[in-house]
Design a protein around this ligand. Structure first.
Ligand SMILES: Nc1ncnc2c1ncn2[C@@H]1O[C@H](COP(=O)(O)OP(=O)(O)OP(=O)(O)O)[C@@H](O)[C@H]1O
Length: 671
């Protein structure tokens, strides 16, 4: 026998292994071929090298080689599962009918390199390194049966050539398929990384696996070590969409414990399979491939399983594809778990923070306010918070943010009164580098920073008309443009605004835009002044006492009843801020466990200097009442809580002072 022609060898080397020897198997096969087969091989391989498919010429060429034997039907048949069928990637000879081939030819030919049947059917085994066995089947007239010796090397050579061509073409297809597969895999993995919904993520993984492996179903089993269970999703037909199986049961359990991928089909032992899930899902598993899911530290997380190959059995290639998919799936699952953990942490922090910013109080006004706040917090409505200075408007805004759906996102407060008009636009919307003299760097504005969260616009009543127009545009269009920039930036912020000014009055005076007023004022929450909150003063005082004692590591002091009375009867022009400051001062300066009324030195509020200003919006009756309260309290304080002395200072009889105090709802104290 001659060795492979340099032409053929060169052809293969240049296509597959530019710097290596030709594969020895190919060399061996071709060296045994009859010259006519070798020539045909050269031609067909040249065709392949030129990128042309060899299949269309394969059958006519075989007919040519076997011309002396006057062949009838010619076919390549492959076994998939239990069944044989003509190889679909070749042009099937239209004369060929598989049913016409005697069964023994098919069943016996795989065990012998060549088989010639009396009926005239000849078969030779094809070795294409493929998992599906194949045969070259040819029908010759009965008269040709006697020429078996001549026919034998030709048919064996042609079958080997067919095997080689299938293998090379298969590799070609595999290479293209590999590129296609890798591209698909990367695309899929990229979408998984963005997937936020846990159930959707697992479903999309299962769908990708069924598509790539041409299978019916797929499940991702995650290991619940504590409960020794594998929790599988998706699980159609099961309540909650998830299936729980014993972590040591069946093939999935075996893959989990060994970390080794496994393929199974009906021809393997039935006892390996756990049929419980089938029963639960009303499904019949006929074949499966399962691979381990490991996290980035190599620790087992679960198993990725694909069921029922649509055509035949799962191949080694399928197993590799699933293994690769499992690497991406594990990374996406881990990221998603990480994200979920972070989100839970954020939620816990938000809850802890929300507890610290509760609107404390049991007065009717505050209870009603809390009720409305709870409802409003769950929505995305704009809220206008009204109330005097220091009544807790910002605290209320924070509590709305922290108990609402945006709690994981930022809460950004802007004090509109503190920003000069020229800088307001840049503060809210940001600026590009060089937009104005001091813009040395590009900077995001509060709208961008608060994106996804809440923007709290404090002192909104102090915003200039120009600023109001720009703010309104941003709120209406939900789009901003940085100062000096051209790009529109979408924004998604919930706006809470607050003011201590009578905003409706400002609208009437044309100092506040009506359209902005209605845009901000979808819901109004009004914080009552502290002096109107009765016993809330004591609750708040207690809250601050505990807070400061905790900070200093001291025991919480108690308020004497006289001190409580003094707190309740103070007019609180500075509201909660004033109360907090007072308690802070007392907490640090008073060393006793009981705080006496004499320990409470109310600071002179700036508003004290202008009572007429503070009372400007009150009716004459209310203004008189408040003046009397303040005047009496001040006298009592100056008299060191000696009521006789205080009455003398006020120029009234002691009993009249008591009567007056009752009339003013001031609690009376013992001398
Ligand atoms: N419910 C509360 N619990 C604890 N502290 C509170 C509460 N309400 C208000 N405070 C405290 O009172 C002070 C004033 O609160 P806040 O700043 O929310 O009021 P404001 O109405 O927004 O004031 P301004 O009008 O001056 O902006 C802060 O120190 C805040 O911590």
């Amino acid at each position: 026998m001659t060795r492979t022609s340099p032409e053929l060898a060169g052809l293969l080397v240049s296509r597959k292994h530019p710097n290596r020897e030709m594969p020895s198997k190919t060399d061996y096969l071709s060296s045994h071929w009859p010259p006519v087969v070798r020539e045909l091989g050269c031609e067909l391989l040249r065709q392949l090298a030129a990128g042309e498919p060899f299949q269309p010429t394969f059958y006519p060429a075989i007919s040519g080689v076997l011309a002396d034997f006057r062949p009838g039907a010619i076919a390549i048949v492959r076994q998939r599962g239990k069944d044989w069928s003509p190889e679909p990637t070749f042009n099937v000879d239209s004369d060929f009918r598989l049913a016409a081939v005697p069964e023994v030819v098919i069943s016996a030919a795989l065990d012998a390199p060549f088989l010639l049947h009396d009926s005239g059917w000849v078969a030779a085994a094809i070795d294409s390194n493929d998992t599906a066995p194949g045969l070259l089947v040819v029908q010759v007239p009965r008269s040709a049966v006697k020429q078996a010796d001549a026919l034998r090397p030709l048919l064996i050579g042609l079958a080997q050539l067919a095997g080689l061509l299938i293998q090379i073409a298969g590799n070609e297809t595999a290479r293209d398929a590999e590129i296609q597969r890798l591209t698909t895999m990367l695309e899929i993995a990229a979408t998984w990384q963005q997937q936020r919904d846990w159930a959707e993520l697992l479903e999309s993984m299962a769908e990708a696996a069924t598509q790539l492996l041409d299978a019916q179903r797929a499940s991702i089993f995650l290991w619940d070590r504590r409960r020794s269970l594998l929790v599988g999703r998706p699980a159609m037909g099961v309540e909650g969409g998830q299936l729980e199986v014993d972590d040591s049961a069946g093939i999935v359990g075996a893959v989990l414990s060994s970390g080794i991928a496994k393929r199974w089909d009906g021809s393997d032992s039935e006892s390996e399979v756990n049929r419980k899930p089938d029963a639960q899902l009303q499904f019949q598993t006929t074949s499966l491939v399962a691979v381990p899911l490991n996290n980035r530290n190599g620790k087992r997380m679960g198993v990725f399983e694909v069921l029922n190959k649509r055509d035949g059995r799962f191949t080694e290639q399928d197993e590799h594809v699933l293994q690769e998919l499992a690497v991406h799936a594990a990374a996406a699952i881990e990221n998603s778990q990480e994200r979920e953990r972070l989100a839970q942490n954020c939620d816990q922090l938000a809850l802890a923070a929300a507890e610290n910013v509760q609107v404390i109080g049991e007065s009717a006004a505050v209870v009603a306010l809390r009720k409305t706040t709870d409802r409003v917090a769950k929505t995305d409505l704009s809220v206008l918070i009204l109330g005097e200075n220091g009544t807790g408007k910002e605290v209320l805004a924070r509590s709305i943010h922290l108990t609402g759906p945006r709690r994981r996102e930022p809460f950004i407060a802007v004090n509109c009164a503190a920003i000069v008009e020229t800088l307001l636009e840049s503060e809210l919307f940001g600026h590009e580098k060089g937009a104005f003299t001091d813009a040395h760097e590009a900077r995001a504005g509060k709208f961008e920073i608060a994106n996804g969260g809440t923007l709290f616009l404090d002192e909104i009543g102090d915003m200039s008309l120009g600023g109001q127009a720009k703010l309104l545009r941003a709120l209406e269009e939900k789009v901003i443009v940085r100062v000096g920039g051209f790009t529109s930036i979408n924004t998604d912020v919930r706006v809470l605004a607050a003011t201590n000014q009578p905003l409706a009055e400002l609208v009437r005076q044309k100092r506040f835009r009506e359209d902005l007023y209605f845009r901000l004022n979808v819901v109004t929450l009004k914080l009552p002044a502290l002096r109107e909150r009765g016993d809330d003063i004591l609750l708040l005082a207690q809250h601050f006492l505990e807070d400061f004692a905790h900070k200093q590591g001291h025991r919480v002091p108690t308020l004497s009843s006289a001190a409580q009375q003094a707190l309740k009867s103070h007019p609180w022009p500075g509201n909660i801020r004033e109360l907090r400051n007072l308690i802070e001062r007392v907490s640090y300066l008073c060393s006793s466990d009981i705080i006496q009324a004499s320990d409470l030195t109310f600071s002179a509020s700036p508003s004290d200097q202008s009572d007429s200003q503070r009372l400007a919006h009150k009716s004459l009756n209310e203004a008189t009442r408040q003046f009397q309260i303040q005047h009496i309290q001040s006298a009592i304080q100056r008299a060191g809580h000696n009521m006789t002395e205080a009455a003398a200072m006020l120029g009234v009889h002691r009993s009249n002072l008591y009567r007056k105090m009752k009339q003013l709802d001031l609690e009376t104290m013992d001398d």
